[in-house]
Design a protein around this ligand. Structure first.
Ligand SMILES: *Cc1c(COP(=O)(O)O)cnc(C)c1O
Length: 232
């Protein structure tokens, strides 16, 4: 193995152990948690060895970089995790397996319109600002509840779940209420729609708080710095 591969292998092994321990603590199946390797600060040479190590889902925060990297690295799944402007929807949609960061009804509608034109169904998560910080993107929980039946009418989109960013805190325990609130909101939206199978995905948890997120039912953890630690 090259030095880059050795570092990635070591980081990944440790990361998977930590995810598995968090699953064990909370009685979950480790296969129910998917790692999204966040590559926004990673070089292509750090990404290339990962599929052979079983990492198949990659997250980019900038649409332009996602499109470029999807062209450079074939055969892997790309998720968009950062803000999407409506005028970028058309260029990114053909390359993205899941958009985590749909933060308004207008953006959702735009994605549905473009997906319809392109003849595809766009898979999305709705980003929720559960902490209510004004600096954060996302639906306010009360707006999502109030608009839920309209949102479910949007065509050519499949809403797979919810996503949130916890407040930046020193102690990961302090992020727990935000993760729990996202799960509870999901459960409320299921009840409103009378469908307990809706919104299976919860995208929450980053390098500094993913174990708490897994304990609170995350199905997608978005991890960058811990995975690429020691490189560059
Ligand atoms: C950068 C980023 C991450 C990963 O953050 P790390 O702390 O490097 O793990 C996760 N989610 C989003 C939305 C990001 O922008």
């Amino acid at each position: 193995m090259s030095p880059i591969e050795q570092t990635l292998h070591r980081n990944l092994t440790r990361l998977r152990q930590r995810i598995e321990s968090a699953c064990r603590r909370s009685g979950r199946d480790p296969d129910s948690v998917r790692l999204v390797a966040v590559t926004k600060y990673a070089e292509l040479d750090w990404i290339r060895p990962l599929p052979a190590m079983g990492v198949n889902v990659f997250g980019e925060s900038r649409p332009q970089q996602l499109v470029e990297r999807a062209a450079a690295l074939a055969g892997i799944q790309w998720h968009l995790i950062g803000q999407l402007q409506r005028n970028k929807v058309r260029s990114v949609l053909p390359h993205v397996a899941l958009i985590h960061s749909v933060d308004s009804p207008r953006l959702l509608q735009r994605i549905g319109d473009v997906a319809g034109e392109l003849g595809l169904v766009a898979h999305v998560l709705l980003q929720v600002n559960v902490s209510g910080e004004t600096s954060k993107q996302g639906f306010a929980p009360q707006d999502l509840r109030a608009g839920w039946s309209d949102i479910l009418q949007v065509r050519h989109v499949q809403i797979d779940g919810l996503m949130t960013m916890a407040p930046l805190v020193d102690d990961p325990e302090q992020a727990r209420p935000a993760f729990r609130a996202l799960r509870e909101l999901r459960d409320q939206l299921r009840r409103i729609a009378g469908d307990s199978t809706l919104l299976p995905e919860l995208s929450m948890g980053m390098s500094n708080d993913f174990e708490v997120a897994v304990e609170e039912s995350a199905t997608l953890v978005r991890i960058g710095s811990t995975l690429f630690e020691g490189l560059g």
